[in-house]
Design a protein around this ligand. Structure first.
Ligand code: PTJ
Length: 253
């Protein structure tokens, strides 16, 4: 972020950079006002996690990468917070895993969908789905039900950062594998996920991409081995333990 001029040596550098990105996203009509509140909640949890990736979250990121590489039709769902925080990182993850990118919003307006799609294109995205919105997720009344028929609707694996529980449940009922990125291990979406990545999206997305780069030459049996070794409930428990006890050293072991 060019205009962000806090030195990297500042003890709160990453937190300030995150706030800067969300603020800028809000100014550009990308992040909703509700998104600022969501960010505040996430920040407080991240503070308790020591603002670092737990070993259990790193394992989840590796499982997420394996799922994406094994998928036939992977899609990265992007909302106003993810777009503001990790635009280039999302484009990179899509490139390394062959996933599509689709804008899907809780507080949906066509204007916001267009602003987010444009922002992602500025960061290198070639195609951004979500504008057609020619299909609906069954059983959902709100705006998040609107998806592209050849995008999330047809996907087998979906990455959903900062998700709300209702859509997580509805996507699960459609038989999709869900990778949820959420700092709150108690959130309904994290608990419903096939792979809950309890980490800040700002660290999680590049971390999943790094694992995907390392795994992309691996054969299907190796990738399935990564999935077999991952225990979603254990990852949630490790994160909750780290938050409640403040004992980060033991988290994920
Ligand atoms: O852009 P829209 O219209 O789709 O709206 C997006 C928000 C985030 C406003 C909407 O999905 C929402 O209201 O979400 P919730 O129900 O507040 O859930 C957000 C979850 O994300 C909470 O569990 C937060 O702890 C978590 N969270 C917040 N910031 C981060 C985060 N998780 C990972 N990284 C973050 N930076």
């Amino acid at each position: 972020m060019e205009e962000f001029d806090v030195p990297e040596s500042h003890p709160r550098y990453h937190s300030l950079l995150t706030r800067y990105r969300v603020e800028r996203g809000h100014e550009r009509g990308i992040t909703s006002t509700q998104g600022l509140i969501a960010q505040g909640r996430g920040e407080s949890i991240d503070y308790l996690l020591g603002e670092r990736t737990l070993p259990s979250a790193d394992e989840a990121a590796r499982a997420a990468a394996a799922h994406l590489l094994l998928a036939d039709r992977p899609v990265l769902s992007v909302n106003g917070n993810a777009a503001a925080l990790v635009p280039g990182e999302t484009v990179d993850l899509a490139a390394v895993t062959g996933a599509d990118i689709e804008v899907n919003l809780f507080h949906r307006t066509d204007e916001r969908v267009r602003a987010i799609a444009e922002y992602l294109r500025e960061h290198g995205a070639k195609e951004v789905k979500g504008l057609a919105a020619d299909a609906r997720i069954p059983g959902l009344e709100h705006e998040r039900a609107k998806v592209d028929a050849d995008g999330i609707y047809a996907a087998d694996v979906v990455v959903v950062p900062l998700e709300d529980g209702d859509r997580a449940e509805a996507l699960g009922e459609m038989g999709k594998t869900e990778i949820v990125i959420d700092l709150n291990p108690l959130s309904r979406s994290a608990r419903l996920a096939t792979v809950p990545v309890v980490d800040n999206v700002i660290r999680a997305v590049p971390n999943i991409a790094a694992h995907a780069r390392e795994l992309r030459e691996a054969d299907a049996a190796t990738l399935r081995g990564v999935l077999d070794g991952f225990d979603a409930q254990a990852a949630l428990d490790a994160a909750e333990r780290a938050i409640r006890t403040g004992n980060l050293a033991g988290a994920g072991e």
